[in-house]
Design a binder for this molecule. Structure first.
Ligand SMILES: CSC[C@@H](O)[C@@H](O)C(=O)COP(=O)(O)O
Ligand SMILES: [Zn+2]
Length: 225
């Protein structure tokens, strides 16, 4: 990769990350500086732009993005520290290849709830929802299994466990009581995937709660009258 290409792309990439960061921050998907974002520059050798650790995503700027290699080492001198979870991004890029051009990580109430409710099963099954098409899965009545991994504090271990569970058809992995990592071939696709997952997690959690509340039985009786 030439230095010119790198210089031209870094600005474009940083701007894309800032835009998606502001959008998700408005939804409250980055509480307490949580979350991290990246865009791939090159697959082999791996190079990507990633958010600096501990940044408030509501006020992210292009100066909060640094460029790293597959071992999370900065590609150029910088005072910025890469996200503590940079190795997870690298793992997704290495394992998914061309299908992962951007990786987005958010912490939300519903992805945390759903990851805990289905933790013992090791995955959450989502079936026959229109927004599965938002993941670019078009078959009628499709079913997906979103993997759930334990929230290991050891990041190399966390990255390795995520790597073992990746399914190229399903562009996301939940971490138990932590959040989701989702990816796509570019930032727009990764953003769409995060939105689709979050919608489906919220629906699934609330629907299960509705079924357990007894309202479903009342509704069935009312419909039968
Ligand atoms: C502020 S708690 C969240 C962190 O522990 C981590 O999970 C996270 O998502 C952000 O880490 P960061 O190093 O800022 O990229
Ligand atoms: Zn996190």
């Amino acid at each position: 990769m030439s230095q010119t290409f790198f210089q031209e792309d870094r600005f474009r990439i940083a701007e894309q990350l800032v835009n998606v960061s502001r959008n998700f921050a408005e939804k409250g998907w980055f509480p307490a500086t949580s979350g991290n974002l990246s865009v791939k520059l090159n697959q082999d050798p791996l190079m990507f732009g990633v958010t600096a650790s501990g940044r408030d995503k509501e006020s992210l700027t292009i100066h909060d993005i640094l460029f790293v290699d597959g071992d999370s080492k900065a590609l150029e001198p910088t005072s910025l520290k890469p996200s503590a979870e940079t190795l997870v991004h690298a793992e997704v890029y290495k394992k998914i290849g061309a299908g992962a051009g951007a990786v987005l990580h958010v912490h939300t109430i519903y992805n945390n709830l759903i990851s805990e409710v289905y933790a013992e099963q090791g995955s959450v099954t989502i079936t026959d929802m229109e927004l599965i098409k938002g993941l670019n899965i078009w078959e009628e009545g499709a079913t997906i299994e979103v993997p759930i991994v334990e929230n290991f504090a050891d990041i190399p271990k966390l990255a390795a466990e995520i790597g073992k569970r990746l399914d190229p058809r399903v562009p996301g992995v939940l971490i138990r009581k932590h959040g989701i990592y989702a990816w796509g071939e570019d930032v727009a696709a990764a953003k769409r995937h995060v939105q689709a997952f979050e919608f489906m997690f919220q629906y699934q959690f609330l629907y299960q709660q509705f079924l357990r509340s007894g309202n479903a039985a009342q509704l069935a009786v009312a419909n039968a009258l």
